[in-house]
Design a protein around this ligand. Structure first.
Ligand SMILES: [Zn+2]
Ligand SMILES: [Zn+2]
Length: 214
């Protein structure tokens, strides 16, 4: 219990409260996964002043923890520290104020989602499991990536085969055009022109023939 009796706080004089508290108050589950357990007591350094009938407490608290690095799985000790504690209790003159829950909550809020042995932990080799912080291994992890890529080309080959089928007919049609082409290269423009030319004479000739016959 972290308790301040406000009757002990003198006017205009910070009341200092230093001590330790069992980390059991954090209520960390014993079967936490990844493993996480207190490695010592909570330490706190608090300073309390009264503002009228109100109590203002500032200070810091920390707790050591035993856990594992999220990257390399090494056992590690980390310290959770909160340096800007600030609590405000209204109308607590001449009362005992229990700060335990407040300190507990602030420490728990400071827990990171993952713990690392160091910010630049190299982790473990995905192939042999070696801890790359302690030793380098002979595995070529860059070769491991091309292997799946080597398997991938078969789907790409199939796609290429699918593309070849449409391309061949396309080439054949193109090849036929060139055959007629020297006449027909201009054929795409020339054919419509030829049709028009055929159509006009065809219409005119019968008409002319009819007229001439009549
Ligand atoms: Zn690590
Ligand atoms: Zn390796």
């Amino acid at each position: 219990m972290i308790i301040i009796n406000t009757s002990h706080i003198l006017p205009d004089t910070p009341y200092l409260l230093d001590g330790t508290e069992s980390a059991d108050i954090l209520e960390i589950p014993p079967d936490a996964d990844p493993p996480l357990a207190p490695a010592g007591d909570i330490t706190y350094h608090l300073s309390a002043v009264m503002a009228g009938a109100d109590l203002i407490v500032t200070g810091k608290a920390s707790v050591p923890l035993a856990t594992v690095c999220a990257r390399c799985l090494d056992d590690i000790r980390v310290t959770i520290a909160v340096k800007d504690l600030c609590f405000h209790f209204e109308k607590v003159r001449d009362l005992e104020v229990d700060l335990t829950d407040e300190v507990r909550e602030e420490l728990l809020l400071a827990f990171p989602s993952c713990f690392y042995c160091s910010p630049d932990c190299k982790g473990i080799c995905p192939m042999c499991g070696a801890n790359l912080n302690h030793a380098s291994c002979a595995c070529d992890t860059q070769q491991a990536e091309p292997e799946p890529d080597a398997a991938a080309p078969s789907p790409w080959d199939q796609l290429d085969a699918l593309n070849l089928a449409p391309e061949k007919p396309a080439k054949k049609t193109i090849a036929k055009k060139p055959a007629e082409k020297k006449p027909a290269a201009k054929s795409s423009p020339a054919k419509p022109a030829a049709k028009k030319a055929d159509a006009k004479p065809a219409a005119k000739k019968p008409a002319a023939k009819k007229k001439s016959k009549e």
